[in-house]
Design a protein around this ligand. Structure first.
Ligand code: FDA
Length: 325
């Protein structure tokens, strides 16, 4: 349940001047330009992190905007390659025009995934709300069918359907299945999703188990101790861990530029000490780095979509020891 405090923080923040929102979001967004993301990658590379880059923006209203995203992500691929960063892309299929013109949207996504493939780079399809879950999964399956296996999807544990999606995708893709599992940021209707904290944590842990058992590559995207601790136990039960070749018989060959079957993923600016601790123990840790001119719209939309973020942001500023960058 969303508390009164969270709603109050959101109501206050959306009325604040742009500079204030910019000051708050500075911690979570690299900046407006690709150069800002490059600077953050240079800095965090020294900590042993790898990255995924998100150009901010979704829900576009014209195909010109879709072209902008295609061109900007191409620049990202070039910058990653030139700097030899250990990084991949996170894209929102709707930003490529999928809802406006599905044929051109698919062509745009294919053009990007092909270019990434030429650079041995992976592309993650971020998951938006439940209205586009089927389409997003289908985009990924279509790319695999075209031989572009450098693409994987995000699944949201709060949705009831996810546990079945894990099985059906794994059946279709076998050892090429590569998931990011997260709780899901969108507050979905209770008919189709868990809405309370404990059931969401349990569902996330069940999904981690199901993905590991399916032999898939698993990116665990969470800053929450019960999820991370469960994952560490689940890995140890399966004799998986840092520097151990993936022992699962259904996992296929080692995956170039990936961890031994799994990695931890966290957002820029959130729970840095926890990420560094996992990294120091040898776990592969990936930082999600958003950048772009649309930082203001992004920050406000995220707050409105899920007001619990308001509490987390307030906590990060009022009690910084709970969430150092
Ligand atoms: P929880 O929300 O309980 O957070 C645990 C603690 O982490 C909090 O108490 C707080 O200290 C800190 N924290 C978490 N989020 C914070 C924030 N934004 N600001 C400040 N502190 C924060 N969702 C989705 O629907 N589709 C997607 O494609 C993705 N992609 C994605 C990628 C990556 C790398 C991550 C880490 C997350 C996502 N998410 C996502 C978001 C995800 O679904 C979820 O909403 C958040 O990760 C928060 O859930 P936690 O498991 O971290 O737990």
């Amino acid at each position: 349940m969303v508390g009164r405090f969270s709603r109050m923080v959101v109501a206050m923040t959306v009325r604040m001047p742009r500079w204030f929102v910019g000051w708050v979001s500075r911690r979570y967004v690299a900046g407006p330009k690709l150069d800002d993301a490059v600077k953050v990658m240079k800095r965090l590379s020294k900590e042993g992190a790898c990255f995924t880059i998100d150009v901010l923006g979704e829900d576009i209203t014209s195909m010109e905007e879709a072209t902008f995203f295609l061109e900007e992500y191409k620049r990202v691929i070039t910058a990653i390659s030139e700097n030899n960063f250990d990084a991949n892309l996170s894209i929102k299929p709707t930003a490529f025009g999928l809802l406006l013109d599905s044929e051109i949207g698919m062509d745009n996504i294919e053009a990007l995934v092909s270019m990434a493939n030429e650079h041995q780079m992976f592309v993650r399809l971020d998951m938006e709300d439940h209205r586009v879950t089927d389409d997003t999964i289908q985009v990924m399956l279509d790319m695999h069918e075209k031989g572009l296996t450098n693409v994987g999807v995000v699944l949201q544990a709060r949705l009831f359907r996810t546990i079945e999606d894990i099985q059906s995708i794994a059946q279709k893709l076998g050892k090429d299945a590569d998931y990011r599992i997260c709780k899901g940021i969108y507050l979905e209707p209770e008919e189709i999703s868990h809405t309370d904290r404990q059931p969401i944590i349990k569902a996330t842990n069940d999904c981690v188990d199901a993905m590991l058992d399916a032999g898939a590559y698993v990116g665990i995207a969470s800053h929450d101790h019960p999820v991370i601790n469960h994952t560490l136990e689940a890995l140890s039960k399966r004799k998986m861990g840092p520097n151990i070749p993936d022992p699962r018989p259904n996992a296929g060959k080692p995956r170039p530029q990936k961890g031994p079957g799994y990695e931890f993923q966290m957002l820029l600016g959130v729970r840095g000490p926890l990420r560094r601790k996992l990294c120091s123990k040898g776990h592969r840790t990936r930082v999600y780095i958003p950048y772009g001119e649309k930082w203001y719209e992004y920050s406000i939309r995220r707050l409105k979509e899920n007001p619990t973020i308001g509490t987390q942001v307030a906590k990060a500023f009022l009690m910084p020891w709970t969430n150092r960058p």
